[in-house]
Ligand binder design. Structure first.
Ligand code: CMP
Length: 222
């Protein structure tokens, strides 16, 4: 619980008391946690696994965010009174999730300016990323968007392996990657094939391994 950035400023006692109010639930892979327009009753905190936040339009999906260990989500509809869930949430891996009732969350936010600031800071960072996503979708071609998402994923979820290789430690289908950058699966397959042919990435165990970060960065700039 100490590793949850949102609760970073709580003291030992407060951490203990808030964690006693968590409900812990386990979910299988591909479980829908809530749907857009649902009533928001609780805040979610990821203990382990990955959750995808997405919207659907005309059978097409756009992924807005991935949340992993220590991240929270579901705050928007519980803070904005009278609103509903702004997006869908689904597990991409088996997950352990903590939930916190809306009233409990309010109580702690009320009492802790530190918690409030942390919430704002994380929200600002998400807004910044959303702006980046708008810019990429508006101005970049599909190939560059795919290259950039591979780079971004390797920065965020990369684990160092032997020989300076960085493994993106999350199994994503080409379709999932396509949903992140607003394109179709075929385009992702094509770019990933190009990267494999150039020995910039390899795929092991359905996970992407960046063999040459320099090669990847050069492709984005070119
Ligand atoms: P809520 O609207 O309750 O339910 C969906 C949740 O997804 C939302 O709260 C946020 O926690 C999260 N979310 C929605 N849009 C974004 C986004 N653009 N970036 C990151 N998280 C988001």
């Amino acid at each position: 619980i100490r590793k949850i950035p949102l609760f970073q400023d709580l003291n030992e006692e407060e951490l203990k008391s808030i964690s006693a109010l968590f409900f812990e639930r386990k979910y299988k892979k591909n479980t829908i946690l809530f749907l857009e327009e649902d009533e928001g009753e609780e805040l979610f905190i990821v203990r382990s696994g990955t959750v995808k936040i997405y919207r659907i339009d005309n059978n097409k999906q756009i992924t807005l965010a991935l949340f992993r260990s220590g991240d929270f989500f579901g705050e928007m509809s519980i803070i904005e009174k009278g609103s509903t869930r702004s997006a869908n949430a689904e597990t991409l891996e088996p997950c352990v999730i903590y939930t916190l009732k809306r009233s409990t969350f309010y109580e702690y936010v009320d009492r802790n300016p530190g918690l409030c600031m942390r919430l704002l800071e994380i929200t600002m960072n998400r807004l910044r990323r959303a702006n980046e996503q708008i810019r990429n979708l508006t101005f970049l071609d599909v190939r560059t968007r795919v290259l950039k998402i591979v780079h971004q994923l390797s920065k965020e979820y990369g684990e160092p392996k032997a020989g300076g290789v960085i493994q993106i430690s999350i199994k994503l289908t080409h379709q999932e990657i396509a949903n992140m950058v607003g394109t179709v699966r075929e385009s992702v397959t094509k770019v990933l094939q190009e990267l494999q042919d150039d020995r910039i990435i390899s795929i092991r165990n359905k996970m992407i391994r960046v063999e040459s970060m320099e090669g990847l960065v050069n492709k984005i700039v070119d």
